[in-house]
Design a protein around this ligand. Sequence first.
Ligand code: NDP
Length: 248
Amino acid sequence: MEMTFLDKVVLVTGSGRGIGRTIAESFAERGASVVLSDYNSESLANAKQVFQEKNYRFLALPCDVTQEDQVNRLIEQIVSTYDHLDIVINNAGITRDTLLMRMKTEQWDAVINTNLKGVFLVTKAVSKQLIKQRLGKIINVSSVIGIIGNTGQSNYAASKAGVIGFTKSVARELASRNVTVNAIAPGYIATEMTHVLDEKAKEVLLTAIPLKRAGNSQDVANVALFLASPFADYITGQVIRVDGGMVM
Ligand code: NDP
C-alpha cells in the first residue's frame, strides 16, 4: 500500500527521538511538510540535522506540551507558516514507574501532565483550525497499558486510559466537521523509553507476545500513516493496538 502526503502538513509532538521521530520521518519520506517538535533541545537538534541532510520539507519548533502558552504559540506558528494543518500526532509521553505505595505526587503529576493534559492542550489548540478547514486527522499515541494496566505504572496506565476516553469523546464532537480522532495503543516497542527496562522485565514481556519479538517504531508509524491516509476516512473513535498480539 503506497501512500503519499504531498501538500499535507503534519505535526508530531515529541518527535526528537523514538516513535515520534520515526512517524515524522515516515510522513516526510512521503512528501509531507512535517513539524518536528520536542521539549528536549538536543533531540530536536539531532532530528533537525537528519531532516536537513535528507532534504525533507520541515519546520523544527521547540514545545513543551504541558505548557499551554507554548502549545498555543506552536499552533499559531504552524498556521501562519503553512495556512493549514492536516494531521496531528499526539505522541509526546513519559514514564515515571514505581509502585503506588512509593509514588510521589510529583511522579503522578508529571505523567498525567505530559501524557494526558498535553494531549488535551494540543488537541484543543488545533481543533479550531481543523474545524475551520472541515478536514483533519488527529492520532493520539496511547498504550496497551491504558487497556490492561501494569504493576508499577498506575500513573502511566491512568494517563493512557485517559487518552482513550478523550479520543472517543473528541471523535464524537468533531465527526460532523469531517475531523477523525483515533488512538494507537502500542505494546512493547524497542525505543530509548523501554531500553531502560532490566533484561528480566524484557524477557517477561517477550513471553507475553505471540509474535515473539518487540515491536519497532516503524510498526507504530505504519499504523499512523494508515490512520492519516484516505484509506481510513471512515474510521474514527477507534483504538488500534500495535502489540504483536500481546492483548487480544
Ligand atoms: P521516547 O522517550 O523515546 O520519546 C519521547 C519524546 O518525547 C522524547 O524526545 C521526549 O523528551 C519527548 N517529550 C517528553 N515530554 C515532553 C513534553 N512535555 N513536551 C514535548 N516533548 C516531550 O519515547 P517513545 O518513543 O518510546 O514513546 C513515544 C510515545 O509512545 C509515548 O507517548 C509513549 O508513552 C508511547 N508508547 C511507547 C511504548 C514503548 O514501548 N516504547 C509503548 C506504548 C506507548 P525526553 O527524552 O527529554 O523525555
